[in-house]
Structures are given as structure tokens and as C-alpha cells.
Design a protein around this ligand. Structure first.
Ligand SMILES: Cc1ncc(COP(=O)(O)O)c(C=O)c1O
Length: 327
């Protein structure tokens, strides 16, 4: 546990340098390749928008985070459907069908030579109006793809990442469209993640507005209490992740019972294993939360392996698991 200021500073530096190792650190506006921009492939550096873009000022923007494994985007159509649903939650309609978005995501990967990588579709209100009301703005859509090996460093993943409880909470469903992958909601995530990193932790555990365990800043959470079952918070005020649903399906295939319920923070001390799930995080073990430590146990390892097989890492060896999870 990071105790004093020097230890925290060292941990923070170690964390940030590892993070840089695990990602390409080139600025995102200065890369080679092409970006799909409102229906056309444009040179990467030319995919620009004006400073008076509604989305920049008022967060009228939704996005997706997808991963391509071996040239196939995992659960692509579910992601495109969620993009359309997020847009609808923010009161706008995408000018492309789900099938067109699917096709554009695949073409973007191909055009950039991405076999294993990350795909980022984004949709936003343009610059035709500048004010809270934005009824007549154009809806823009862009898709970028880049190589992105691991969200947390491989060392941290093996040992289990360290979380600290955030002071920021997930809002109630009547405060914001909590099921949407909407840019505005990520203000809470960035504040929480930065606070965690500043204290030498990898990420934050966020509670919901009632004080229940909700999720991390970009991933859902599963816990085991040593009874062979997996417990996960009911997703009633945060993203019901595609990875979360995949892991629930994989656990069921193994006859592992998954209990979706309200989980209070004081239950953490009884947890034996904890892991996160997300497109970027995949299945990542949690080694510590605040002052409590957890082992990277059998259930976690099993879910990590099953997920790797399902997404198609080592695809040729594990074809049946992949097909089961895609269903
Ligand atoms: C806040 C938040 N929760 C959960 C998730 C996990 O969702 P998924 O598994 O669909 O990537 C993500 C990632 O998109 C996220 O940003």
C-alpha cells in the first residue's frame, strides 16, 4: 500500500511509465493511417473538427470502445447497437444503420492494417448551433482504430491491480442517461481515475449514489466470497458492459452461479477474489482495494482463460469456446 508522500510519488511514476510502455505514446492527432469520417476515409491528421463544436462544449457525444482480435472485432454488432442506443438516449439518431457502422468499423481496421487493436467509433453534434439547445446540429460519425495491447500493464494484470474508492459516485438514473456510453458521464471517470493515479493506485472503485459498489472507471466488477459463486452489482445506474455479459455467459457454461445484487462496500473485507471486466481491461484481477488485499484465485484465472479463448486469442486452439460466447 502506498503510505507516505514519497512512496506515493514513486508508485505514481512507476504506474505512468508502465502505462506508457503498454501503449503507443504518440499524440493521437499526429499519426499515420486513415480515419472513417462521415462516410469517407480521410488521412488521419485531417480528421479535424472546429473548436465551436457543440459536443466539445456540451458533451453531446457518444462513443464505443471495441477490440479486434485476429482481424475480427469481438461482438461488433452489439457495440454498434449500443452506439445507436446511446445516441437515442441523448436525443439524436445516427445517420448510418447498425449494419453500415459494422461495415465501416471493419473497413477502418482493414485500411489501417489493424489485426489486433482497439476501435473507437464516436458520434457527436456539430457546430451548426452553439447553445444548450442544439436541435438543428448535424450528427457526425467517425471511426478510428489503432494497435493497443493492454489497458493495465501486464505485470499489474498478473499481480492484480490496486484500486482506491473514489469520492465521486455514479449518478442516479433520473440524474443522467446512465446506460448510455456518453462522453459527459466520463467526466466522473477521469476525475476518479486521476485521483487514484495521483495516490499511486491503478484505478478507482466507484460507488453509486446510494453508496453501493458500482464499477471501476472503465470496467465492471465481479467478486467471489469463497462460495464458488460470482457476485456482481446489478447494473441499474451504470453500463451493463458487453464484457460483463460475456463473462456471465462464460461462467454459466461452467455451471458457475452468478449472483447479480446490491453489494455494499463493507462486504469487500469478506471477498476472496475480485476482478474487473471491460473491452479494454478484458478480465483483470484486482489485488487490493483501499487497505484490503485479495488473491488472484482460481475463479479469476478461469474467467481470464475463458475470456481469452472466447475473444479469439489463440483462436485456432479454442474454436468451440469462441462460438459459444459469440452466441
Ligand atoms: C464506465 C465503464 N463501465 C464499464 C465498461 C465495460 O463495458 P464493455 O465491457 O462493454 O467494454 C466500460 C467500457 O466501455 C466503461 O467505460
Amino acid at each position: 500500500m502506498p503510505k507516505n508522500a514519497t512512496q506515493r510519488k514513486n508508485l505514481r511514476e512507476e504506474l505512468l511509465s508502465k502505462k506508457e510502455n503498454s501503449m503507443d505514446t504518440k499524440p493521437f492527432d499526429d499519426r499515420d493511417g486513415v480515419i472513417w469520417f462521415n462516410g469517407k476515409m480521410v488521412p488521419w491528421r485531417d480528421a479535424r473538427i472546429h473548436v465551436l463544436t457543440h459536443a466539445l462544449h456540451y458533451a453531446s457525444c457518444v462513443f464505443e470502445g471495441e477490440r479486434s482480435y485476429g482481424g475480427t472485432i469481438f461482438k461488433l454488432t452489439e457495440h454498434s447497437q449500443r452506439l445507436a442506443a446511446s445516441a437515442a438516449a441523448l436525443g439524436f439518431k445516427l445517420p448510418y444503420s447498425v449494419a453500415e457502422i459494422d461495415k465501416a468499423c471493419t473497413e477502418t481496421c482493414k485500411a489501417n492494417g489493424i489485426v489486433d487493436g482497439y476501435v473507437r467509433p464516436v458520434a457527436w453534434r456539430g457546430s451548426e448551433m452553439m447553445g444548450v439547445s442544439a436541435q438543428a446540429t448535424r450528427i457526425n460519425v467517425a471511426i478510428a482504430a489503432w494497435p493497443w495491447p493492454s489497458y493495465f500493464s501486464p505485470e499489474a494484470r498478473m499481480k492484480g491491480i490496486r484500486l482506491v474508492t473514489s469520492k465521486w459516485r455514479r449518478p442516479a438514473p433520473d440524474t443522467a442517461p446512465v446506460k448510455a456510453k456518453a462522453a459527459g458521464l466520463y467526466m466522473i471517470c477521469t476525475l476518479s481515475k486521476h485521483a487514484a493515479e495521483d495516490k499511486g493506485y491503478h484505478d478507482s472503485l466507484m460507488l453509486d449514489w446510494r453508496g453501493r459498489i458500482a464499477e471501476a472507471t472503465g470496467a465492471n466488477i465481479f467478486l467471489s466470497f469463497g462460495d464458488g459463486k460470482l457476485h456482481t452489482p446489478t447494473p441499474d445506474c451504470f453500463l451493463d458492459g458487453i464484457t460483463r455479459r460475456t463473462v456471465i455467459g462464460l461462467a454459466k457454461l461452467r455451471q458457475i452461479e452468478v449472483v447479480e445484487r446490491a453489494i455494499m462496500p463493507d462486504e469487500l473485507k469478506k471477498a476472496t477474489e475480485i476482478f474487473l471486466t471491460g473491452t479494454a481491461a478484458e478480465v483483470t484481477p484486482v489485488g487490493a482495494i483501499d487497505g484490503m488485499t485479495f488473491k488472484v484465485g482460481d475463479l479469476t484465472r478461469l474467467m481470464m482463460e475463458d475470456y481469452d479463448k472466447a475473444v479469439g486469442k489463440d483462436a485456432h486452439k479454442h474454436a468451440p469456446a469462441k462460438q459459444a460466447a459469440q452466441r
